[in-house]
Design a protein around this ligand. Structure first.
Ligand code: NDP
Length: 290
């Protein structure tokens, strides 16, 4: 039974992506390793495939929404011959290196490869609130845009298949460090009996307002001149008092101490009068840009 698309993986995300396609009147073939997860989708019009091979051969476009990189190989290696001439859209979370590996593997087998990184939870699919970053085959992206745009706001990040994943993981890195910063603050006030809920009620609006600073830091980083007038100097931004306050309460200062360490390196290198964004140079010096 030929269909427009095939979805491999009917977990929380694969099911949400499939439901969105069905709602938009696309014909979809579905497959999941563990049987029985397709019942609701089949009731909504999806075609159930009895095997991966049957699923792959049902559509010109195969979407993989599996757990991780290994799951993609485990599922598709045995049927790679059947994928030849088709497009594989892999929205399974991978590292950039893993996405590049999959792109080379796909190319070696005549498969057009588009990697996707989903910046959304399942409930946000089709809501326009989510974003999906893509990289890899430009031709596949252009051809599929009307379909993939059903899921979320789509953005193409270039032909390096690892790039969408890199941007995704950089976004998550920022988010988790924000979360960790909150948890550290909650531990500081928790040491004197203030509840995390009371702290969150104050921290959340403060952090929301502070995100306005990001654009300013970004301009300085992109300009490469950290001696911008009217900026707090690193000396002024010295955070050692926060580290000491944390230690004084018996709270592990690790998150804030990590920031202070980045500042200390710039101060030691003679940049103490420059702005906070200067810590970019501490990071850049130790991280490969390749
Ligand atoms: P779930 O845990 O709900 O589902 C995982 C899916 O992967 C199931 O269909 C499972 O099949 C399948 N699977 C796992 N291992 C294998 C394997 N070795 N071979 C074949 N199939 C396998 O995860 P999600 O649906 O939430 O996530 C899917 C992908 O989407 C992940 O890479 C995740 O990081 C990504 N993602 C999810 C988001 C979310 O909010 N949920 C947000 C952004 C990205 P089975 O039923 O047989 O176990």
């Amino acid at each position: 039974h030929p269909t427009d698309l095939t979805m491999l993986g009917l977990g929380a995300m694969g099911s949400a992506l499939t439901a969105a396609l069905l709602d938009a009147d696309h014909s979809v073939t579905v497959w999941n390793r563990t049987p029985g997860r397709d019942t609701d989708l089949v009731a909504r019009g999806a075609h159930a495939a009895g095997s991966v091979r049957e699923a792959v051969t049902a559509s010109p476009v195969v979407v993989a929404c599996l757990l991780k990189h290994d799951s993609v190989h485990e599922t598709l290696d045995p049927v790679i011959d059947a994928l030849r001439g088709r497009t594989l859209v892999n929205v399974t979370t991978t590292t950039p290196e893993e996405a590049r590996e999959l792109a080379s593997w796909a190319a070696a087998h005549g498969v057009d490869y588009l990697d996707g990184a989903i910046m959304a939870v399942p409930a946000m699919i089709s809501s326009r609130a989510g974003q999906i970053f893509y990289s890899g085959s430009r031709a596949a992206y252009d051809a599929l845009l009307p379909i993939i745009d059903i899921w979320a706001t789509s953005e193409f990040h270039g032909e390096d298949a690892g790039r969408a994943s890199l941007v995704d993981l950089a976004m998550l890195s920022g988010m988790y460090q924000l979360f960790a910063g909150f948890v550290h603050g909650a531990a500081m006030v928790g040491s004197v009996g203030m509840s995390a809920c009371d702290f969150a009620a104050r921290q959340a609006p403060f952090l929301a307002a502070m995100t306005a600073e990001l654009a300013g830091f970004a301009k300085v980083i992109d300009g490469g001149d950290y001696t911008v007038p009217n900026q707090q100097s690193l000396d002024f931004s010295d955070l050692s008092h926060i580290v000491r306050a944390s230690e004084g309460q018996g709270v592990d200062p690790a998150p804030i101490a990590a920031v202070q360490a980045l500042i200390d390196r710039q101060v030691a290198a003679g940049h103490g009068s420059e702005g906070f964004a200067r810590i970019y140079e501490s990071l850049r010096a130790t991280v490969s840009t390749g």
